[in-house]
Design a protein around this ligand. Structure first.
Ligand code: AMP
Ligand code: MG
Length: 482
């Protein structure tokens, strides 16, 4: 057996999923393989490179022990509830216990139609594959909980999209699990309380084993998910990351970032920034993410009400208590992360953080480069390069004088360096990698993935990945591409 599968989700009752084989593709070629991740999963890298391995990553061959299923889930999309979404273009091949003892899902995305495909073709164009590979691996390197990229394959086929026929791809994804808030909602919508209990027990065993020992395990599960989402979203915020589609079906119970569609890292900082072409109302703007996170968690809590107490009013009180913890946890995390970014001690008032963000917002200042240059100043460099980022020099100087007084860079330099990446997946570089891939040139993609593997380290060879886009390179919108 090349992959040591142990498929606990596929052993849950049949109403949790639909069994489905992946579609065969014409001419699969391997674009990139994550060797390190393969090793963690104890999968033989040489085998993955072989024709047999590539056929497996493309869905043309099923490895021994795989039990491919399309998982059922529901979800609120932009606030509107769909009682049935499910894996419409993805299949869970199975689960692997990695070398650290952690159980992880191996999923193929873009592997053809399933009973949940509705009108879709179940396929993926190469662009979204490249985007998810780059951004999810960058997030992992930045230290953010995330699903991972195991491999990207070109199918040799074309898929029809709005832009016309595009080269197709299959993405092999690894996740702590693919259980979403929407998975719980699927069973609540059917009033299937037995299934809710089974799913909650499964999620506890997998992601919150301590909750099993708690006096009230389902409350402990809710508390765990609330904490994980508060931490995750504060982490996104501190990096200028905008998920773009924070629907409940894209909210993982594990606390990992999942489903990289029209996501983006901001260049110039604006609290209301939106990139997604479909988010016309700005529901998922950068500054709305904590509120939306709590909204999604409230939908999750609703699904657990039948398990929290026999009496509904008691269940609601219990759930509200757990949800109440979100704000404090989020604000503490947010303050800690931004204090670290600014080189401020724990006593500095949080108003200083907001004052800094207001300054950046008012002056179109590049978020990542600002904090990077501030870190350099803390390390002894001249402030000229930072000052030059501001058109209104006077308001910068006023802020800077306050910062000089507040900050203790000597004491906090290490923390600053660890909180302020030098390289992020800038939209224009991701776009260049995608456009290159459509031309058959994967060099920009490979270089981008390589350069983003060490985001906090100074590396002159990747200096071009540090800088904001030239005016003609600016990406204003990102697309799902599905
Ligand atoms: P997303 O918001 O992109 O994660 O997808 C929302 C829903 O649409 C999920 O149920 C997906 O499986 C489904 N979906 C997206 N793209 C396709 C496609 N090309 N074919 C079939 N289903 C799709
Ligand atoms: Mg999704």
């Amino acid at each position: 057996m090349h992959i040591r599968f142990d498929n606990t989700y596929a052993r849950l009752p049949e109403r949790f999923y639909a069994r489905q084989e992946p579609a065969r593709v014409l001419d699969p070629t391997l674009i990139r393989l994550n060797r390190e991740l393969a090793a963690q999963l104890a999968i033989d890298v040489d085998w993955l490179h072989s024709a047999d391995g590539v056929a497996t990553l493309a869905g043309n061959a099923l490895p021994e022990g795989a039990d491919p299923i399309a998982q059922a889930y529901a979800g609120h999309q932009f606030g509107g509830f769909s009682p049935q979404l499910g894996d419409g273009r993805a299949l869970l091949l199975g689960e692997v216990v990695d070398t650290e003892g952690t159980r992880r899902d191996l999923q193929l995305k873009g592997s053809g139609r399933t009973p949940f495909s509705r009108g879709g073709d179940g396929k993926s164009a190469l662009g979204p594959v490249i985007r998810e590979y780059v951004v999810s691996e960058a997030m992992a390197a930045l230290g953010v909980p995330t699903t991972r990229a195991l491999a990207a394959v070109a199918t040799g086929e074309r898929v029809m999209r709005q832009e016309g026929p595009l080269l197709g791809g299959v993405f092999a994804r690894v996740a702590a699990s693919h259980i979403r808030v929407g998975t719980f909602q699927y069973f609540l919508a059917r009033r299937d309380i037995d299934a809710l209990r089974l799913l909650a027990d499964h999620a506890i065993a997998r992601h919150y084993p301590d909750a099993a020992e708690a006096p009230a395990p389902y409350l402990a599960l809710l508390e765990g998910v609330v904490a994980a989402q508060a931490d995750l979203i504060s982490h996104w915020m501190s990096l200028g990351f905008i998920h773009g589609v924070m629907n409940t079906d894209n909210t993982a119970i594990s606390g990992e970032t999942i489903d990289y569609g029209p996501c983006a890292f901001m260049d110039a900082f604006h609290a209301r920034r939106v990139f997604s072409s479909i988010d016309t109302g700005g529901r998922y703007a950068w500054g709305s993410q904590p509120d939306i996170g709590l909204w999604n968690l409230t939908r999750f809590a609703e699904t657990l009400l039948p398990l929290l107490s026999q009496t509904q009013s008691d269940a609601i009180t219990i759930a509200e208590g757990a949800l109440h913890a979100f704000a404090a946890r989020y604000h503490n995390q947010h303050a800690a992360r931004f204090r670290a970014k600014l080189g401020l001690g724990p006593q500095t008032p949080v108003e200083r953080i907001q004052a800094c963000l207001d300054l950046l917002d008012a002056q179109d200042v590049d978020f990542t480069l600002f904090f990077r240059r501030l870190t350099s100043i803390a390390g002894g460099e001249d402030p000229a390069a930072l000052a030059a980022m501001f058109a209104d020099r006077e308001s910068f100087e006023t802020w800077f004088a306050t910062w000089r007084r507040d900050a203790d860079p000597g004491a906090h330099l290490t923390k600053m360096r660890a909180a302020n990446p030098i390289r992020i997946p800038r939209n224009h570089r991701v776009e260049q990698a995608i456009q290159g891939a459509y031309r058959g040139d994967f060099a920009p993609f490979d270089r981008l993935v390589d350069g983003l593997a060490t985001p906090y380290a100074d590396q002159d060879a990747y200096a071009d990945l540090e800088t904001p886009p030239q005016p003609e390179e600016v990406v204003h919108q990102t697309f799902c591409g599905t």
